[in-house]
Design a protein around this ligand. Structure first.
Ligand code: ZN
Length: 222
């Protein structure tokens, strides 16, 4: 080995000169696996995933242990409210069981996170119903895959006078809204849809609170 017979400087020189032949040092496979798992999380790209993974493997063991425990704990405790489909630790959830909420008004949303978006605006005081998706035959989502039958049941057991449909303003959102308006039509039930003005083709989480509040106030009957 030439490098061994030379001084440190010579070794450095050889390394430097032949650096184009060296492949980058591979990360330990456990770090690669952690990075791959983190990259599956929403909003975390491959670079962020690697940065978090490298941070975690160099953190205090107790800190990582605590993080792992709160993740497992949250996953263990949180489930969907059997009435409205919101994320909750108790069923029925706080919104469903609140006497201060207007039980005659129910806002129909696609995902549990949409409840947070609408509630942040502070102008809606009714209750919610989460469908769990939108009708999308191309993606294999049929009406039976959504919580529509649960909503029909609520219409017979709760004093609901108005359903406010607040689905996204894309093709599937439109189709699902019209499907619901037709299927849920009852003589004593008003069905409205939040006003347009929401960003077209996006989910509710991209609308600011004021836009959402105005869209709710400007809802129109089908
Ligand atoms: Zn609930």
């Amino acid at each position: 080995m030439k490098a061994e017979t030379q001084g440190a400087r010579g070794f450095h020189l050889i390394l430097h000169n032949s650096s184009f032949n060296l492949s980058p040092m591979p990360l330990p496979s456990s770090i690669t696996a952690l990075t791959a798992a983190l990259a599956k999380l929403p909003g975390i790209g491959p670079r962020s995933a690697e940065r978090i993974a490298l941070h975690l493997v160099q953190s205090e063991k107790s800190t990582v242990q605590q993080l792992a425990e709160v993740i497992l704990d949250a996953r263990e405790k949180v489930h969907l409210c059997t009435t409205c489909g919101a994320l909750t630790e108790a069923s029925p959830c706080d919104i469903c069981s609140s006497p201060r909420r207007d039980g005659s008004l129910v806002c129909v949303v696609e995902r549990p996170v949409d409840i947070l978006s609408i509630d942040k605006g502070g102008s809606f005081h009714g209750k919610f119903h989460v469908l769990g998706g939108k009708i999308s035959p191309l993606d294999g989502v049929e009406p039976d895959d959504l919580r529509i039958a649960d909503l029909e049941k609520r219409l017979t057991t709760e004093p609901i006078k108005e359903l406010v449909i607040a689905l996204s303003t894309d093709v599937e959102g439109d189709a699902t809204s019209y499907y619901l308006a037709k299927r849920l039509a009852r003589a004593d039930l008003k069905i409205t849809r939040i006003a347009h003005g929401l960003p077209a083709g996006t989910g509710l989480e991209f609308a600011d609170e004021l836009t959402l509040s105005r869209a709710l106030e400007g809802r129109r009957e089908f």
